[in-house]
Design a protein around this ligand. Sequence first.
Ligand SMILES: [Zn+2]
Length: 88
Amino acid sequence: MVDPPLAVIAPSLPLHAAMAVPKKRTSKQRRNTRRAHDAVTPPTLIDCKRCHDVHRQHRVCPTCGTYAGREILEVVDPAEAVGGPLAP
Ligand SMILES: [Zn+2]
C-alpha cells in the first residue's frame, strides 16, 4: 500500500515535518566516537568448583545447581522430569 502524500494528510505542514531530518551529515569521527561503547564482550566463564563444568561467573552452575559451594537448585534430568519434553 502506498501512503498518501503528506500534502494530502496535512496541507499546512512543510514537507520535512513528517520526520526528523539531520541538518548535517555525521562525520566518520563522530559516528565512530558514538560507537566506541557499543562493543559486545563475551561473558566471563569459570570452572565450577564442584563439577568442573564451565559456567558464567556469579551465576548458579546449571549443571550441578551449586553456587559458592552451596546447593541452590535441584538439578533434574530433563528425560526423567515430570511434564518434561519427553513425558508421555
Ligand atoms: Zn557445577
